[in-house]
Design a protein around this ligand. Structure first.
Ligand code: NAD
Length: 278
């Protein structure tokens, strides 16, 4: 399932200068892969290059790139093609913009979708055709979020972007399966609460409940080795059983004709608490 995860092969990681992307780069380098990390933040890329420079036998390359711009992804693909075939594409770049009411601040809504959803679609459009042509075992790993599955109120635009990533990546996995002998696999990475740059901006010290990026990547690699499509990471506060119950409750809103997001409706609070306890 992870034939591609080996020395000499090439990985491209967007949002690779920080957090989960950076920890992934460290892992791929440690097994001898060559890694191209792309990020919007040029300073963070420079820091990452210093941090990763002595890891493994593979080469590290960096490139600034805004994933919301398809031309910048095409330029990234051009750089990658000079290094050889791409065996792992991690469309991981993401941002959490301040929450907005569903009817306010259209620009912030567009920006959120441009980065988190279109960034992933751009990555696939720029890289997948040449990965298919190469015909070598390879993985496309797109980063979603539990917020794109259970839709908790607050970060409305973020939730929408990640729900789109889930739907898009499920379609990608199916489309690969439909191609005879296709050596490409798609995976949906769903981090739990992970202490990364995105979180550190709001919370200066790592909360006990959060995982580190390294823990999330360790879980991701074990899931990839099992061939899992859904990489549903737990964290120190959220075991898998709790995630399963939350996802089931959310799905049951539709099936049982409850109000939308009844988990956060006061009139369902007792039912929800009892359901989680049982
Ligand atoms: P992070 O902030 O440490 O890393 C994200 C990286 O993406 C940063 O280096 C940032 O500069 C880069 N980036 C942002 N906008 C970009 C753009 N337009 N083009 C290119 N790069 C851009 O945060 P992280 O938690 O490691 O985030 C990685 C992914 O994990 C994101 O997609 C995020 O939504 C997702 N995620 C994180 C958590 C969590 O708890 N940390 C939970 C669920 C999902």
């Amino acid at each position: 399932m992870t034939d591609w995860l080996k020395a000499g092969n090439n990985a491209v990681i967007t949002g690779g200068a920080s957090g989960i992307g950076l920890a992934s780069a460290r892992h791929y380098l440690s097994v001898g892969m060559n890694v191209l990390i792309a990020d919007l933040d040029a300073d963070a890329l420079q820091r990452a290059a210093v941090e990763l420079k002595d890891i493994g036998e593979g080469a590290l390359h960096t490139q600034t790139c805004d994933v919301s711009d398809i031309d910048q992804l095409r330029a990234l693909q051009e750089t990658a093609s000079k290094l050889g075939n791409v065996h792992c594409l991690m469309n991981n770049a993401g941002a959490a913009l301040p929450p907005n009411a569903p009817w306010e601040n259209i620009e912030a809504w567009k920006k959120q979708l441009d980065v988190n959803l279109w960034g992933i679609i751009h990555g696939c459009h720029a890289f997948v055709p040449s990965m298919l042509d190469a015909g070598e075992p390879a993985a496309v790993i797109n980063t979603g979020s539990k917020q794109g599955i259970t839709n908790p109120p607050g970060g409305y635009a973020y939730n929408l972007s990640k729900a789109g990533v889930k739907a898009y990546t499920e379609s990608l996995a199916h489309a690969f399966r439909e191609i005879e002998d296709c050596p490409l696999r798609a995976h949906l990475m769903v981090p739990g609460f992970t202490y990364t740059g995105m979180i550190a901006r709001f919370i200066p010290d790592k909360p006990l409940g959060a995982w580190t990026s390294e823990q999330a990547v360790e879980f991701m690699i074990a899931s990839l080795q099992r061939g899992d499509f859904y990489i549903l990471c737990p964290d120190n506060d959220t075991p898998r059983e709790l995630d399963e119950k939350r996802i089931q409750w959310n799905t049951d809103d539709l099936i049982k004709n409850r109000p939308a997001l009844s988990r956060w409706d006061a009139s369902f609070a007792d039912d929800y608490e009892a359901y989680i306890r049982d």
